[in-house]
Design a protein around this ligand. Structure first.
Ligand code: LLP
Length: 460
């Protein structure tokens, strides 16, 4: 019996040698029906829509794999967070690394967001998209001199320094340019946010931030340095955090430091970083943003400082899907595989973090459709090239369109050309309309970027 030719009854299937009992109600598509709006999609006559556009029409127009983002969802995430923080001065600096497409950046700049950047490249992107320099903060553990120069020249809000060594370099660059660089100290509050080890950046033993015990001495050095001006204190504890508690814990850890700094200098803001999480599994809850905001506002009530947050994933993660078509099914080693035309080069999160992404057919199966358990894998020559393992799903046909959910953050920005697979196109939906915001690259373009040395071409 093949993956695509199931004949057996409801709950137990015999796939190759293996008999698998599937819980009857845990398929992503069944669960999605309950809460499609959490994932930025609508279900219209069993078909998946982003806003008013049928994803099948997009796949038809631009082919697969392809990323599709919904503008309204990004806007509503941003507005929801901003409203939750109403009542206190706050700047939401979108973490550009999550999705740096010009269309998304422009949309968020238009909403009044700031930008959190981590490279000279992101600085250029943010400026090109229309972010005012004064709402751009520059984080990152290894800024090159050229990147520091560019940030100083652009006159951004502040460079978030991660060590005394980096501060000395920033001071030297500012001095050489005859100017004063605004900086914030990124401290490491040593908080465990209970997330994937790769995503927990606020622990003492990570490479991030200035150790709390050194922070005051570092601040004194900054205050004494005429080429630097200390304007803020920043921390970022990690990603995929579902409530305010770890943020409040981090705030608790830095409170004494804030008080000490305020005695010494005119501090303008406290930046509590990014890290607000999103649902990936279709039965996972959303962050209760109203409560999150209210708790933050309450905890900060006695502090005369602007609050800066750096959310990335929260704003765009559920706004995006990755469309992919089934190449064919395959049974091997007692397992069923669904081979799709997207791969780890397009979306590396499952390979890198064993991250869960819900996957549904673009036309949802009926409740009675039998399910199988299968690995959804790409064509790349790596065992890590998978999107799902032992996933309960309706057996898809060759050519069928699948929708990988929650792919708006850290999808395209982490994509590569591995296996000479050109980057996927990106599409932005707004109401009834959709636009290709980044066309599919061609292999010819990839080859054309390269230069052959004359001595190799002419023979040696
Ligand atoms: N601010 C700083 C200093 C950060 O390092 C990060 C993320 C953010 C803000 C935004 O975090 P978010 O709100 O998006 O969680 N590639 C991983 C995520 C790496 C996040 C790194 N830093 C993933 O795919 O899950």
């Amino acid at each position: 019996m093949g993956v695509f030719g199931l004949t057996c009854a409801m709950v137990t299937w015999h796939v190759g040698q293996v008999s698998i009992s599937a819980p009857p109600d845990h398929a992503d598509d069944r669960l999605l029906r309950a809460n499609p709006e959490r994932f930025g999609v609508r279900i219209v006559d069993d078909r998946i829509f982003v806003e008013n556009v049928d994803v099948a029409a997009i796949a038809e127009a631009v082919d697969t794999p392809c990323y599709v983002y919904g503008a309204a969802f990004v806007r509503s995430q941003f507005r929801g967070l901003r409203e939750a923080l109403a009542g206190r001065p706050a700047l939401i600096c979108y973490a550009v690394k999550a999705n740096s497409s010009q269309a998304i950046l422009r949309l968020l700049a238009g909403e009044g967001a700031g930008a959190d950047i981590v490279s000279g490249g992101e600085l250029e992107r943010a400026l090109a998209a229309g972010f005012a320099p004064r709402v751009i903060v520059f984080s990152g553990v290894g800024k090159r001199d050229e990147e520091i120069d560019a940030a100083i020249d652009a006159d951004i809000r502040a460079i978030h320094a991660e060590s005394i060594e980096e501060l000395e370099r920033i001071a030297a660059r500012a001095r050489a340019r005859g100017t004063v660089a605004r900086v914030a100290l990124r401290v490491n509050p040593d908080i465990d946010p209970d997330t994937h080890p790769y995503l927990a950046t606020g622990l003492r033993e990570t490479k991030f931030g200035i150790a709390m015990r050194d922070a005051l001495a570092v601040a004194d050095r900054v205050i004494a340095e005429p080429a630097l001006r200390l304007v803020g204190l920043a921390c970022h504890i990690g990603s995929q955090i579902m409530d305010a508690a770890p943020f409040l814990a981090a705030l608790g850890r830095v409170r004494e430091l804030i008080a000490a700094l305020q005695e010494r200098t005119e501090l303008q803001y406290i930046d509590l970083g990014g890290g607000l999480g999103i649902p990936y599994g279709v039965d996972e809850p959303r962050v209760d943003v109203k409560t999150f905001g209210a708790e933050l506002v309450r905890a900060l009530a006695d502090l005369d400082l602007e609050l800066v947050l750096e959310p990335g994933r929260y704003l765009v993660g559920n706004a995006g899907v990755l469309l992919t078509r089934v190449v064919n099914g395959k049974e091997s080693g007692g397992k069923s595989f669904v081979i799709v035309d997207a791969a780890m080069n397009d979306l590396i999160r499952p390979a890198l973090y064993e991250a869960y992404h819900a996957i549904v057919p673009a036309t949802l199966p009926s409740a009675e459709t039998p399910r199988i358990r299968a690995d959804v894998v790409g064509p790349v020559c790596e065992c890590g090239d998978f999107f799902a393992r032992d996933r309960e799903m309706a057996p898809p046909a060759s050519g069928e369109l699948l929708v990988v959910l929650s792919a708006g953050a850290y999808g395209m920005t982490m994509a590569s050309n591995y296996n000479s697979r050109p980057l996927a196109p990106e599409v932005l939906v707004g109401g009834d309309a959709f636009a290709v915001t980044r066309p599919r690259r061609s292999v010819a373009e990839l080859i054309a970027e390269e230069v052959l040395p004359a001595w190799l071409v002419n023979g040696g």
